[in-house]
Design a protein around this ligand. Sequence first.
Ligand SMILES: Nc1ncnc2c1ncn2[C@@H]1O[C@H](COP(=O)(O)OP(=O)(O)O)[C@@H](O)[C@H]1O
Ligand SMILES: N[C@@H](CCOP(=O)(O)O)C(=O)O
Length: 293
Amino acid sequence: MVTVRAPATSANLGSGFDVFGVALDRPADIVHVERADRTTIEVTGVGSQYIPTDPDRNVVGAVAEALDAPAHIRIDKGVRPSSGLGSSAASSAAAALALNELYDRGHSHEELVPIAAEGEAVVSGEAHADNVAPALLGGFTVATDEGVTTVDADIPLVACLPEIAVSTRDARRVVPSDASIEDMVHTVGRAATLAVGMCRRDADLVGAGMDDRVVTPARAELITGYHEVREAALGAGASGVTVSGAGPSVLAVCQAGDRTRVAGAMLEAFDEADVAARAYKTRVGRGAEVFER
Ligand SMILES: Nc1ncnc2c1ncn2[C@@H]1O[C@H](COP(=O)(O)OP(=O)(O)O)[C@@H](O)[C@H]1O
Ligand SMILES: N[C@@H](CCOP(=O)(O)O)C(=O)O
């Protein structure tokens, strides 16, 4: 048996739609795999009642197929599905690494990124790699059709998860199909600022670089209380706030010492909007790891 832990991730970071992502140091999924003649799946943990065990509908089934590695796959969910925290990607990345070990396929973590992305296609219709790349490689990742670039960033974060579900597939439908040249220039400038901030480990630059005028405004409308939560986090000292992935989680960047205050302000603002929520005080963390073989 092989056991792997793969972390939650936050994709887009506002200005980097379908390109930027970060691994979070918590929460995480744990996946156990054992060789079998055909793939079977068992799911326990947070939100497991909403996750199919049919290999054609669970992301790990597509990963097992891509690696030609049939197995009994047991997923212990720590990342709630439809959270905007890369729940499906955590399972896909963990399964890819675990099955690679189990069958001695010899792929590097980088080579496993497009394989794990096959899982994302099952749930969102597209094999976008911006969650599976950081889930496998850790740090801040830039995923393009040329491959993945990583930065070993260390940035404090708060991820606030409201008790509402937004499916990635639905949230991709509201993405505008075009943008003005002004909005494009603005977004490119912010994305570049964010990338420099990650390289310098500068939370203020990263926060300033998250501002996006194209995708985030459309998605914010799917999240009850988003604008109030954003204002509350900024008022409590966050340097930037955006929708995490496709939502509904809201991600704030701040200094390490401000995380408790920022998390409290975000929870209070969701509460005032009559939305129950939980907050993860976290930071950019490591990628998937084998911890039992
Ligand atoms: N192993 C899995 N882990 C999480 N969700 C899964 C898994 N396999 C299939 N799904 C389905 O994927 C959807 C959640 O994925 P997605 O909308 O991308 O959420 P998230 O933003 O948390 O990644 C749900 O419909 C869930 O049933
Ligand atoms: N780039 C994707 C990221 C989806 O992230 P998730 O955590 O919501 O699955 C998108 O924005 O659609």
